[in-house]
Design a binder for this molecule. Structure first.
Ligand SMILES: C[S@@+](CC[C@H](N)C(=O)[O-])C[C@H]1O[C@@H](n2cnc3c(N)ncnc32)[C@H](O)[C@@H]1O
Length: 190
């Protein structure tokens, strides 16, 4: 029978080992599920979707892309409001891509909505007439030259984050009773 101090030392060593393993494993597991953590998987609040749909002003024939479409909530809601437009969600995270497809299935598999698992910086944006983004400052700045180069007469609506090198044509303030400051929706017309 081992002594009590020895057993405590053994237990402490095991706890340290588990913490160490967790430290090295959490990052690869996070990467597998969410992809690189440059724009965190935070969904657009439901109360903002109405303002986004209004700012996008989707018309029949429009092709709307959500760049980093997460669980697909924005596109699926917009598709209900304008069934004659097409909606494409591009998402890098394996888990969120399949969650969006599952949500599309649960809402009756609308034929005008599709989700692609792809990196937005590598995707072909040329068919888009409207773009929605909720990303981060770095990605916004990387996207600007790509949008200017690949698209024609596109409207971009960005939740929270603005382009550093382009002035918005309109900024919409979305207030919330719980938030201390308004959230901004930046509208750009290229
Ligand atoms: C803040 S969330 C917004 C999700 C969704 N658009 C919404 O409004 O609910 C940003 C999303 O962008 C995705 N993302 C980040 N970088 C990406 C990239 N390079 N290519 C594709 N998706 C990316 C993340 O996985 C995350 O789901």
């Amino acid at each position: 029978m081992d002594s009590l101090p020895f057993q405590i030392a053994l237990l402490l060593a095991q706890v340290c080992l588990v913490i160490l393993a967790g430290f090295f494993l959490i990052r690869p597991i996070r990467m597998l599920i969410f992809g690189r953590p440059d724009a965190p998987p935070v969904p657009t609040p439901r109360r903002a979707i109405f303002h986004i749909a209004e700012a996008l002003a989707v018309r029949p024939g429009d092709i709307v892309y959500d760049l980093g479409s997460g669980d697909g909530r924005v596109l699926l809601q917009c598709a209900k409001l304008e069934p004659s437009a097409r909606f494409v969600g591009i998402e890098r995270s394996f888990l969120l891509h399949y969650l969006a497809r599952f949500r599309a299935f649960m809402s009756g598999s609308p034929t005008n909505v599709s989700f692609l698992r792809q990196d937005i910086l590598l995707a072909d944006l040329s068919p888009a007439t409207k773009l929605y983004t909720y990303l981060c400052p770095t990605l916004m700045n990387q996207l600007l030259p790509k949008i200017e180069h690949e698209t024609r007469k596109v409207r971009v609506v960005s939740y929270v984050f603005a382009f550093k090198a382009k002035r918005p044509s309109r900024t919409i303030h979305i207030s919330s009773p719980r938030a201390r400051r308004d959230t901004r929706l930046h509208v750009y017309d290229f």
